[in-house]
Design a protein around this ligand. Structure first.
Ligand SMILES: O=C(CO)[C@H](O)[C@H](O)COP(=O)(O)O
Length: 228
């Protein structure tokens, strides 16, 4: 699994803290990444002890982890309500997030937005006063060149994400490509989010504007919960 940012202990503290908030009968969105993985494993241990919960995975990775942890699964089609989603982030500033380091942001955004509450799990390295992390944009393969040109016209620098253990590009769970788009500092995330959402052929971008209800920040000294 790809790991970024802080220590495993910090990530585990954050993931376990969020997993503690899950209650009997809940349907829970299961995020992607190394921090969300700690939450999934912790929920699995609680299922082992009798917690009645159903999970909705946001990626191939989180589905496999949930299966290993014996968390019963459901889908957005079947569930009447998603009570909670627990997900990681590449960067957060207040309730605004940059996601997609694992190229899963399209499904993550669908599930996270459907949830009554989104709990973000992060280590302290993910905090920024102002977002400035490159924004992943999932694009239809045919639109790679045109979306890249559109991103340049918006003042960004797009880079096609390449795979580490395969020649060529990263292909998402949806069969698409990812452009990591560097805009430098992002003083108005909502404006940029709207501009990116309008690009033909851009399936989804990794700006999650105002979406976090809580961020659980794990550290060696414990967990700080920021509420918005
Ligand atoms: O958005 C994501 C995947 O698309 C992840 O949640 C994000 O990359 C954070 O991952 P990690 O907890 O491993 O740092």
């Amino acid at each position: 699994m790809k790991t970024t940012g802080g220590s495993e202990a910090e990530k585990r503290a954050a993931g376990e803290s969020a997993a503690e908030t899950v209650e009997d009968g809940m349907v829970v969105g299961l995020g992607t990444g190394s921090t969300a993985a700690h939450a999934i494993r912790a929920i699995g241990r609680r299922v082992d002890s009798g917690l009645d919960v159903r999970g909705i995975p946001t990626s191939f990775q989180s589905r496999e982890l949930a299966k290993e942890a014996a968390i019963p699964l459901t889908t957005l089609d079947e569930a009447d309500e998603v009570h909670l989603a627990i997900d990681g982030a590449d960067q957060f500033s207040g309730p605004h997030l940059v996601k997609g380091g694992g190229a899963a942001h399209a499904r993550e955004k669908i599930v996270d937005a459907a949830a009554d509450r989104l709990l973000v799990v992060a280590d302290p390295s993910k905090f920024a006063d102002e977002l400035d992390h490159p924004i992943p944009v999932e694009v239809l393969p045919d639109a790679r060149t045109t979306v890249a040109a559109d991103v340049r016209a918006l003042g960004g620098t797009p880079t096609l994400r390449t795979a580490e253990r395969k020649d060529g590009p990263v292909v998402t769970d949806n069969g698409n490509l990812v452009l990591d788009c560097d805009f430098g500092a992002i003083p108005s995330p909502g404006v940029l989010a709207s501009e990116l959402a309008e690009l033909p052929g851009a399936v989804e971008h990794g700006l999650f504007v105002g979406m976090a209800d809580e961020v659980h920040v794990g550290s060696d000294d414990g967990v700080e919960v920021r509420r918005f």
